[in-house]
Design a protein around this ligand. Structure first.
Ligand code: KG4
Ligand code: ZN
Length: 359
C-alpha cells in the first residue's frame, strides 16, 4: 500500500490495533477494529495475590511472563486475525509496577520490531479516560473526569482529548486502596471493593458516623479538589477494634460498617466531583478506574448531576484494568503524535502527556 506523502493523520488511522496491559495484576490483550469496535478482548486476573491480601510485585511480573503469550493469542483468536495483521501496537508503559510493566513493554516492542509496525507507549490513566469512549453512548469532551482505581484517585478537567487539567488528587491512599483495606479489616479477600459493595447492601449507611475527610475545604489551597482516605480507613479500624473487644463481629455489624464506610467514601467522591462541575459549568462527568464499577458511586453521581447532567461510565469489565482502553488510547496518541521511538521503556512514574497541574 502506498501512502500519500502528506496525508492528514486521520487518513493514517491504522486498521487493526493490538493493546497490551500488564501494569498491575491483570494481564490483558485487545484487538480494536478500524471503526473502534472491539474484535477480541481477553483479561486474565491474577489470583496468585489473593492469599497475600495485596499485589506482590515480583509475583505479578512472573505471572505476566507466564500468561501474556497465551492471552494475546486468545485475543487474536477471538478477533479471527493473525499477529501479522496488526497495524499498530499499544502498550501501557506506566505508571505501575516496574517489573510488571516491563513484561508488556518488552513483548510489544519485540512484536512491533519483528513485524516492522509502529508501537505507542500508553499512559495507564489516559487509558482509563478512554475507557469511557467504549461506553454506550461514548463520552466526548469537554467533561469532568473522576479516575478512581487501586493506585490512583484523580479529578480532571478534560477540555478535549489530550488537553487535561489536574484539579486534585489523593493526598494519601487511593479510593480503591481504602476499599481494599476496609475489606481486609472485615475479613474479605483482595481486591475488596466488590465484596464491600455486596456486604453494604445488607447494612445501614447511617449506623456509623465515619468522617468525610477534606469535605470542608473551600479553596484549592485547602484542598477543595483533593482527597484523603487514610483517616477514614483508620476510623473504620478503630470501630472494628472497639466492637471486636466485646467478641467476634456479628454479620449485621459487619454489614453496617461496610455500608457506613462506602457511604462516607462515596459522599466525598461525589461532593468533590460536583464542586468541579460547579466551577467548570460542565455537567458531563466521566468516571473510570476500578471503583467506577461501584453501583453506589454511579447512582449517587447520577442523582447529584440530576436530569440536566450526563454521567458516562464504562461497563464494569472496562472500568477495571483492561487492554481495550489501552488500544483506544494508543490509536488516539498515534494519530496525534505518531509512533513512539522503539527504544521507549517502562516508566513506573510516567507523566501523562497533555496534563497541566492547574486550571
Ligand atoms: O483500575 P483497577 O482495576 O486497578 C488499578 O489500576 O489500580 O482498580 C482496582 C480497584 C480495587 O481497589 C478494587 O477494590 C476497586 O477497584 N473496585 C471497587 C469495586 N470494584 C472494584 N471499589 C468499590 N466498589 C466496587 N464495586
Ligand atoms: Zn488501572
Amino acid at each position: 500500500m502506498t501512502r500519500k506523502p502528506h496525508a492528514p493523520r486521520s487518513e493514517r488511522a491504522p486498521a487493526l490495533v493490538l493493546g497490551v496491559e500488564t501494569s498491575c495484576d491483570e494481564t490483558s490483550a485487545a484487538v480494536l477494529g478500524a471503526g473502534a469496535e472491539l474484535l477480541g478482548h481477553v483479561i486474565y486476573t491474577q489470583d496468585e495475590h489473593r492469599v497475600f491480601g495485596g499485589v506482590v510485585p515480583e509475583i505479578a511480573a512472573r505471572a505476566h511472563v507466564r500468561v501474556l503469550d497465551g492471552v494475546v493469542a486468545a485475543a487474536l483468536d477471538e478477533a479471527g486475525v493473525a499477529l501479522s495483521d496488526i497495524a499498530l501496537f499499544g502498550v501501557t508503559a506506566g505508571p505501575g509496577l516496574i517489573g510488571a510493566l516491563l513484561v508488556g513493554v518488552e513483548w510489544t516492542k519485540a512484536a512491533a520490531w519483528a513485524l516492522g509496525r509502529p508501537a505507542v507507549a500508553v499512559h495507564h490513566m489516559e487509558g482509563h479516560l478512554f475507557a469511557a469512549t467504549l461506553s454506550d453512548p461514548p463520552a466526548e469532551p469537554p467533561f469532568v473526569a473522576l479516575l478512581v482505581s487501586g493506585g490512583h484517585t484523580q479529578l480532571l478537567w478534560v477540555r478535549g482529548w489530550g488537553r487535561y487539567t489536574l484539579l486534585g488528587q489523593t493526598r494519601d491512599d487511593a479510593a480503591g486502596e481504602a476499599f481494599d483495606k476496609v475489606a481486609r479489616l472485615l475479613g474479605m479477600p483482595f481486591p475488596g471493593g466488590a465484596h464491600i459493595e455486596r456486604l453494604a447492601a445488607q447494612g445501614d449507611p447511617d449506623a456509623f458516623a465515619f468522617p468525610r475527610p477534606m469535605r470542608s475545604a473551600r479553596t484549592r489551597a485547602d484542598g477543595l479538589y483533593d482527597f484523603s482516605f487514610s483517616g477514614l480507613k483508620t476510623a473504620v479500624a478503630l470501630a472494628v477494634r472497639d466492637l471486636e473487644s466485646a467478641g467476634p463481629l456479628e454479620e449485621a455489624a459487619r454489614a453496617d460498617i461496610a455500608a457506613s464506610f462506602q457511604a462516607a467514601a462515596v459522599d466525598v467522591l461525589v461532593e468533590k466531583t460536583m464542586a468541579a462541575v460547579a466551577e467548570t459549568g460542565c455537567r458531563s462527568v466521566v468516571i473510570g478506574g476500578g471503583v467506577a464499577a461501584s453501583r453506589a458511586l454511579r447512582g449517587a453521581l447520577a442523582s447529584a448531576l440530576g436530569p440536566g447532567g450526563a454521567l458516562y461510565h464504562p461497563p464494569p469489565r472496562l472500568a477495571t484494568d483492561n487492554a481495550a482502553m489501552i488500544a483506544v488510547a494508543a490509536r488516539f496518541r498515534y494519530e496525534l503524535d505518531g509512533a513512539s521511538p522503539l527504544d521507549f521503556t517502562a516508566d513506573a512514574g510516567m507523566r501523562m502527556t497533555g496534563l497541566e497541574a492547574t486550571a
